[in-house]
Unconditional design. Sequence first.
Length: 326
Amino acid sequence: MFSFLYSIFGFLFRILYQFINNYGLALLIFTLFFRVILLPTNIHQQKSVAKTVRLQPRLKRIREKYQDYSPAERNQKIQEETNELYQREGYNAMSGSCMPLLFQLPILWGLYGVVREPLKYVLEIPTEFVNALSSVAKTTLGLTGNSAAYAESAAIANLDALIMKIPATAAKYPDAIERIRNFDFTVFGVDLGAIPQFSTLKSLGSASTEAKVLLLIPLLSFATSMLTSVLTQVRQKKNNPGAMENAQMMGCMMLMTPLMSLWFTFQFPAGMGMYWILSNVLAFFQTLILGKIYAPRKTVAKLMVDETIYRRSYEKTKTPVSASED
């Protein structure tokens, strides 16, 4: 499955790179393209917030109805009646929050293959030459463990030294060598195949400039993700105060995605972190825009109008007219 994803994403990224001839700009457009693809799920999420606002008065009445029951019985009754309400209203409490993340997973895995193996999936270098370069890179540069998985990135950075180790094989692929030499696998001087190291924090004073710049990627990833989470929580508190009763739980939820983002960008190449940062920034502005277009109270008002039209048409004709589509 993953090889299939790598091939698809490699094809898409290759077209972008060949057209633009700039890896950083290609990554930006690539990210923007998939944010547009994910737009329907974000709109669904925004509408889900509106449905939550609409259901809050009824949810509050359910909680008040069982406030004199014992804790165990109260929780059970509230859960049962809440589920019945959600079922009647066609509302899924999990789909609104989880769908965008679930849809992003295949994108992240596809991009992982493109960043990990740029020679194979972006430049389409012949397999024999890629394998020879990767093998000699592991041996010459002492790549082991996690580093060995990114041998192609190391081969790009040390091409001239490595081809001298395999002269016979290199002689068969002069065009491939030229393509690799012209391939800039960096953004603002950052090697997108390198992995940020947490240990850099412990030796910040003596760390290399490259290591310090790489460290910015997880930090920016956390900061941009946190910014979007805070915006989301502020909007929820404003539009739906009733859903914010458990402040401790909401605080944990607000921190979960940024912390995942921080951990994620310390485990994978910088190219993945760059995608994550760009995606977070775009998500922030997307949240602002969709919040204006699909303001919960405005959306709730529209739903109520649609339902009124539906009921009246049914009462008059017994043949209901469909409510207007969003």
